[in-house]
Structures are given as structure tokens and as C-alpha cells.
Ligand binder design. Structure first.
Ligand code: CP
Length: 308
């Protein structure tokens, strides 16, 4: 059986192209399973997984839980806001207490970049990073590339523009790593203040004009402005942001071709994307969510196969 080159999924940065292909081929099989009338397989009957979330989530949390249940794993859920973290317990103490209940795998979302990397060094369990601050969100990038592959046949050679708040986005960084590994061309587009200075060292182009960026690309991945990670103003007003970097029907209709529209969610309708675009046939936003379950089943299954 093929195995991943890693024992944890901490970031796309630690994967190679073969890992991504293996995850996609495994996800293809699980996608077939979750579209059957009996959507469950007994693969992980002896595995217990803890989902520990120190930050809010809708899609990622539900998608991991569903993926785990579809694989017949035992699942426990931990929400920091209702836990003894509020009484001052450390991350390692919290996780070691959970692990002493014989947990094999931890799926963690945390506001601090590198929290998963830190945890993997200190505890005996497979760790999956479900988003660590503005650092990485590897399963989101995998499901995004998988959705491009499904829609356009391949990721290699495709032109993808990531639009919006690149500076605070773990989705952007993980997508850049994943897309470049698979041979896609990547540009970013957004206010100058929200584009990291190092971005070109990742082999990514910068296009400050949205119209030009959309004329260039096959796929536009629209990101939310992450106000919760900002302590200063990065642009004059939301209205001006939308005028310059929001996608709407008028811009799409002005292009000479039909491009694919993506968004990781949650969407701010009317800010980075209008409803008529988000809900159009060009949008694959809900396919991304559907594919998230198959991708997460694949990641969990492949990591679990390495647990002794
Ligand atoms: N895409 C994403 O990570 O969404 P949630 O924050 O709802 O999990």
C-alpha cells in the first residue's frame, strides 16, 4: 500500500507532489463511497479522533467530524470556549489529558501560527492542522486543488489568481504551496497593504488590477477580508475595497471567457463577491464543501494507516 511521506498533516509545505496525488486518488474512492446510499465504511473502527477547536469554524469542523464518522472512527469534540482552557490550562496539558483517554489522532484549529508543529513535537498522536492563525490550512488547499482538478481535469498548467486579504490568509499560503507543487501558475491580487512583501519569493506574481487578473486566469479564488486579524486599517473603507477588489456579474460578463469562481467560505456577500456570482453556475463553492469531506476522509485514512 502507498503511504504518505509524513506522519502528521501540519502544512502543505511538508508534502511532496506524490503525497498530493495519493490523497487525491484516495479521495476519489471516498467520494464514490459518500455518494452511495450506504455512506459509511468500517475502515477506522479501532481509531479514536479528537477534534479540538480553539477558534470558530463551521465548514472545517463539521467536515472533519463527518469524515471521521463516515470512516467509523470514534469521535470526541472539544471546544476551547467551554473548557478548562478558560481556567488557564496549557495547550500541552489540555491535549495530554485528552490523549490519556486513548485518543489516536488530534485535529486542531488554533489562532497561533505553528501551534500544530509545536504539538506534534510534544505529544504522541497524529496531528492534523485544521488552520493555525495566518499560517496554513492544508486540508482547505487540498480540497481547493481537488475541486479545480475535478472541474478542469488537471491542476498543472492552470492559471489561478487568489484575490483579497493575502496577508492574513492561511488559505492563500497553503493554496500557493499546493498549486505550485502541482505545476499551476499563481498570481495574487489585492490592496498593496494586504500583499506580503515576500510573496514573489514563493514564485507567485502580483497583479494589482482585478480586471487584468481575471482576464489572465482560469480560476479566481476569492478570499474574505479577515477583520478579526487586523489591528489597523489596511484600506480606506469596505465600499472602496469592494469597488476595486470585489467580483460581480458585470466584471465577469466583460471577460472574453468563462472562468471558475472559488471561495473557501465564510462569504461576505456584497463585499468580496456578489450573490449573483456566488450562486452562479461559474461558482464551485458548494462543490468545494462537498469535496472537503472526501479529502478529509483520505487524509485521516492515510495518516491512520501509519499509526502502530
Ligand atoms: N473554510 C473554512 O476554514 O471555513 P470555517 O472557518 O467555517 O471552518
Amino acid at each position: 500500500m502507498s503511504v504518505l511521506s509524513v506522519k502528521h498533516l501540519l502544512g502543505i509545505k511538508y508534502l511532496n507532489e506524490k503525497d498530493i496525488q495519493l490523497i487525491f486518488e484516495t479521495a476519489d474512492q471516498f467520494k464514490e463511497v459518500i455518494n452511495r446510499s450506504i455512506k459509511k465504511v468500517p475502515s477506522l473502527r479501532d481509531i479514536t479522533i479528537a477534534n479540538i477547536f480553539f477558534e470558530n469554524s463551521t465548514r472545517t469542523k463539521l467536515s472533519f467530524e463527518l469524515a471521521e464518522k463516515r470512516l467509523s472512527a470514534d469521535v470526541i469534540n472539544f471546544s476551547a470556549s467551554q473548557s478548562s482552557v478558560k481556567k488557564g490550562e496549557t495547550l500541552i496539558d489540555t491535549v495530554n489529558n485528552i490523549l490519556s483517554m486513548k485518543v489516536d489522532m488530534v485535529v486542531m484549529r488554533h489562532p497561533n501560527p505553528g501551534a500544530g508543529i509545536f504539538l506534534a513535537k510534544h505529544v504522541k498522536a497524529a496531528i492534523i492542522n485544521a488552520g493555525d492563525g495566518a499560517h496554513e490550512h492544508p486540508t482547505q488547499a487540498l480540497l481547493d486543488s481537488y475541486s479545480i482538478r475535478e472541474k478542469l481535469g488537471d491542476v498543472a498548467g492552470k492559471k489561478v489568481v487568489i484575490v483579497g486579504d493575502i496577508l492574513h490568509s492561511r488559505v492563500a499560503l497553503s493554496n500557493i504551496f499546493a498549486l505550485k507543487l502541482q505545476g499551476a501558475e499563481v498570481k495574487v491580487c489585492g490592496p498593496k497593504t494586504l500583499i506580503p512583501k515576500y510573496i514573489e519569493t514563493l514564485g507567485v506574481g502580483v497583479e494589482p488590477n482585478l480586471q487584468k487578473a481575471l482576464e489572465w486566469c482560469d480560476v479566481a479564488n476569492m478570499l474574505r477580508v479577515q477583520n478579526e486579524r487586523m489591528d489597523i486599517s489596511y484600506f480606506p473603507s469596505t465600499r472602496e475595497y469592494t469597488q476595486q477588489f470585489g467580483i460581480n456579474r458585470h466584471i465577469l460578463d466583460s471577460l472574453q471567457k468563462e472562468i471558475v469562481i472559488m471561495h473557501p467560505g465564510p462569504i461576505n456577500r456584497g463585499v468580496e463577491i456578489t450573490s449573483d456570482v456566488a450562486d452562479s453556475s461559474q461558482s464551485i463553492i458548494l462543490h468545494q464543501v462537498e469535496n472537503g469531506v472526501a479529502i478529509r476522509m483520505a487524509v485521516i485514512y492515510l495518516l491512520a494507516s501509519q499509526i502502530k
